[in-house]
Design a protein around this ligand. Structure first.
Ligand code: GLC
Length: 570
């Protein structure tokens, strides 16, 4: 009898725990609980002295990556490539770029990450290939080649094709005439990045086979580059003059993109425990939802650019920033999932754009932004170097820039009599080369990045901003990032908790609560270089402080410049 009671009791406890974990947090997923660390391989660590970062370099820093606490690494493309666009122009999807190493190095890297319980996300670039890919070489060779239909061709006897805008082209035209077959091919990006024809089922199968190849190797996810552009209306109707100002409205999410994604999900994604994230989320919440709603079986996440795009050399509106994030959160409050980021390899440095990179405020504002990224709902994507508070380099001379679209745009402005001075001012602030300068490891030559001449100049501030120095300082940006990552990992409320904005119309302070199962946190962030107060009925005078970027954090609703505090309310 006694034994029976004990057994019943054990069963009761078991079922109550099981049901509470199931009902309290529905739909838990590893990729929702992940902190993604993005590594730009070309600039991370060079092992062989050719001035270009490589896989062996990353392998030598695996323990550093582990020490950050992150649990997913996303690497920009490492496939064979002639490097017109730093690897986003792929000539062989099953091989490794020579500068980066070999497949053996890749296998070792993947193993090293997995040994450290870090998952790996591969960049998949299939809106376009390189013009040096075998498919394209065959495709352009004759109009009747079986690969002709892998790309978009417009025969010249039909006249000139209707204008399509290319962001990367020196003349802004996305059609390139090829005399070999007297036809134009389409390239939304550079002339060396011809767009693949997703209408062709054979091409789609090639892509799925590539994904299968990498999934079998053990990668844990795919980031789908420029995916919102893959499908096109191939009747190529004329678009209104000037449409390029809003080209996303015309080029993105064209039907039947969702059926392609469902097919991809069915053939590959659903077969493996891989995460998937699309670059770009279309033009509307509907688009974004359709991409990531679980019931639709397409992707896990997408990332949108609305907020990223508001930072301008003259500043940005904190209110607008708050509104965008709040709107996006509300759109995904019940269904679907978001990505949270303030920088990546296509952006200038986070602290220079959204914080304040002056010596006085660099560290504190950088930590404040880190707090933001790690306390919002959605999977955080954190860009390498931001954990050190790395800043824009802001080149003055065009010769120092290496970014192909920037150099092409410079020529475009010049050829069309545009304002070159204004252009230079603008790229100094916003060019993506700012975010690609070599990673700053220590204060030795070239910041410890390379023994050779780095492919892009090292930011001269490496003697003060570097890993070696920040390791020794308990209050460094680096150690703050580690704390913030741990805080998120230890508090599921920061992953799944309800988000509620506080003092909505405050133009200086961004404050919000996160709440889950009776646990409630308040995050208060001053986005300005002055003291700023915020209003809330929440009593914080006795709240426990979980994270703060000042040693004497505020408990009176008046925040110091760029102050960030995470309070536990109950
Ligand atoms: C994406 C990548 C970017 C690249 C472009 C063309 O936007 O993030 O770096 O230049 O696609 O592939």
């Amino acid at each position: 009898m006694k034994k029976q009671w004990v057994a019943i009791l054990i069963l009761l406890i078991f079922f109550s725990q099981k049901s509470s974990s199931q009902t309290t947090i529905p739909n838990r997923k590893w990729w929702k609980e992940a902190v993604v660390y993005q590594i730009y391989p070309r600039s991370f660590k060079d092992s062989d002295g050719n001035g270009i970062g490589d896989l062996k370099g990353i392998i030598s820093k695996l323990d550093y990556i582990k020490s950050l606490g992150v649990n997913v690494v996303w690497l920009n493309p490492i496939y064979s490539s002639p490097n017109d666009d730093n690897g986003y122009d792929i000539s062989d999807y099953r091989n490794i770029m020579k500068e980066f190493g070999t497949m053996k190095d890749f296998d070792e890297l993947l193993k090293g990450l997995h040994q450290r319980k870090i998952k790996f996300v591969m960049d998949l670039v299939v809106n376009h290939s390189s013009d040096e890919h075998e498919w394209f070489k065959k495709s352009r060779s004759s109009r009747t080649n079986p690969y002709r239909n892998y790309y978009h061709w417009w025969n010249a006897e039909r006249g000139k094709p209707p204008y399509r805008y290319s962001q990367f082209d020196i003349n802004h035209s996305a059609w390139k005439y090829d005399s070999l077959t007297n036809a134009y091919y389409l390239h939304f990006f550079s002339v060396k990045q011809p767009d693949l024809n997703w209408e062709n089922p054979q091409l789609r199968n090639e892509v799925y086979n590539i994904m299968h190849y990498w999934a079998e190797k053990g990668v844990d996810g795919f980031r789908l580059d420029a995916f919102q552009f893959v499908s096109k209306d191939t009747s190529f109707p004329p678009f209104p003059k000037g449409y390029e100002k809003n080209f996303i409205n015309y080029h993105a999410m064209v039907p039947p993109i969702h059926s392609y994604l469902q097919e991809m999900n069915n053939k590959i994604l659903s077969k493996y425990n891989v995460m998937s994230v699309a670059e770009g989320a279309g033009n509307s919440f509907q688009d974004a939802h359709d991409l990531v709603d679980e019931d639709r079986n397409e992707l896990n996440m997408a990332y949108a650019f609305d907020a990223i795009d508001i930072a301008k050399p003259e500043g940005y509106s904190v209110l607008q920033f708050k509104r965008i994030f709040t709107k996006w959160d509300s759109a995904f409050a019940n269904k679907g999932w978001l990505s949270i980021f303030l920088a990546n390899h296509d952006q200038a440095r986070m602290v220079s754009r959204f914080g304040n990179d002056s010596p006085k405020f660099r560290e504190v504002s950088s930590k404040m932004l880190t707090t933001f990224i790690l306390t919002m709902r959605g999977t955080p994507y954190y860009y390498n170097g931001d954990e050190l508070g790395m800043t824009n380099i802001g080149f003055d001379k065009i010769e120092d820039y290496k970014d192909m679209p920037t150099l092409n745009e410079y020529q475009y402005v010049k050829n069309n009599g545009g304002d070159l001075q204004k252009f230079m001012e603008n790229i100094k602030f916003s060019c993506r080369d700012n975010g690609r300068t070599p990673f700053q490891w220590d204060s030795s030559t070239n910041a410890g990045f390379s023994g050779g001449i780095p492919w892009l100049k090292v930011n001269p501030n490496y003697t003060t901003i570097n890993v070696a120095k920040e390791e020794k300082d308990a209050n460094s940006c680096l150690n703050y990032f580690r704390k913030a990552v741990q805080l998120r990992k230890n508090n599921l409320v920061l992953v799944y908790g309800k988000y509620q904005i506080v003092d909505e119309n405050n133009a200086k302070v961004y404050a919000y609560t996160r709440e889950l199962n009776g646990k409630k946190l308040l995050v208060a962030l001053n986005f300005t270089q002055e003291n700023a107060s915020f209003k809330t009925s929440i009593n914080i005078s006795k709240a426990k402080i979980l994270l703060a970027n000042y040693t004497n954090p505020s408990n009176n609703k008046i925040l110091k410049p760029y102050e960030a505090v995470v309070y536990e309310i109950n």
